[in-house]
Design a protein around this ligand. Structure first.
Ligand code: MF3
Ligand code: CO
Ligand code: CO
Length: 258
């Protein structure tokens, strides 16, 4: 069952999503060469707690930390570690989920560490465009499959591949609700999109092949070929005439052109 949020529930979704977005803005200056992913985790953890919320990943099915930190060839679900030190030219995805007033808000962003090569910058830029073109499909009367269709087209058109094993998801009182939002597929397939739905879109785009493997820690997902992977995620509300991006950052409201 796909839950339809009431006006009151939508207000609470706005609040938790705004907090998740603020954590992302807060952490930005700390993402620099020499920082460890565990330091970044601790800063996010404390910020979330100080704002009266709980970091949803912490103890979620046994996840040991408060955020996911996915570096370079890590696709998603990277575990923060004191020995994972950022260096110039890396890319780091930080995935933040907050639980505030009984509702979850989920967002992630791939950061450049120092200066990255043009090849890497293009992968990250195209991945962001994949998220935005997917979001542009969201309106009542469209289908969930429309999202994956345009993401797949843009990624493949640039010579990249799309991870299929992990996907976006409904979100609200639960961290992961129905529907599954896959990032590949056919226009017109999947559930019909209706006002009051809230779900994430979070494409993972690979420079090489799409295949992944899970490390022995049972969390960290890496590319099978060792090449880079990038990701961006927003929580989206379906409105009467389109959508609202609940986790939109200040930097994004001015820079995006469709
Ligand atoms: N935030 C991730 C998502 O976008 C899920 C992380 S689950 C965790 O769905 F346990 F690894 F934190
Ligand atoms: Co998510
Ligand atoms: Co997430």
């Amino acid at each position: 069952m796909i839950s339809i949020k009431s006006d009151r529930e939508i207000e609470l979704m706005r609040k938790t999503c705004t907090l998740a977005m603020q954590v992302m803005e807060y952490i930005e200056p700390f993402v620099r060469p020499g920082a460890s992913t565990l330091e970044i985790d601790k800063l996010c953890h404390d910020y979330i707690i100080e704002h009266g919320a709980y970091p949803s990943p912490l103890n979620y099915h046994g996840f040991p930390n408060s955020i996911c930190t996915s570096l370079n060839d890590v696709i998603c679900h990277g575990i923060p570690h004191k020995d994972a030190i950022l260096k110039d030219g890396d890319i780091l995805n930080i995935d933040i989920t907050t639980f505030l007033n009984k509702f979850h808000g989920d967002t992630n962003k791939t950061f450049f560490v120092g200066e990255v090569s043009p090849e890497i910058k293009k992968l990250v830029d195209v991945t962001y465009q994949c998220l935005r073109t997917g979001i542009n499909q969201v309106k009542p009367g469209a289908y969930i499959g429309d999202i994956g269709a345009v993401i797949q087209e843009l990624a493949h058109g640039n010579g990249y591949t799309v991870v299929e094993e992990y996907c976006g998801h409904g979100i609200g009182r639960e961290f992961h609700e129905e529907p599954q939002v896959v990032h590949v597929g056919k226009k017109g397939s999947g559930p019909l999109i209706k006002p009051g739905m809230t779900f994430t879109i979070e494409p993972m785009i690979n420079l090489g092949e799409r295949y992944c493997k899970v490390l022995k820690d049972n969390w960290t997902v890496i590319t099978k070929d060792g090449k880079l992977s990038a990701q961006f995620e927003h929580t989206i509300l379906v409105t009467e005439d389109g959508h609202e991006i609940l986790t939109l950052r200040t930097e994004e409201s001015t820079t995006f052109k469709s």
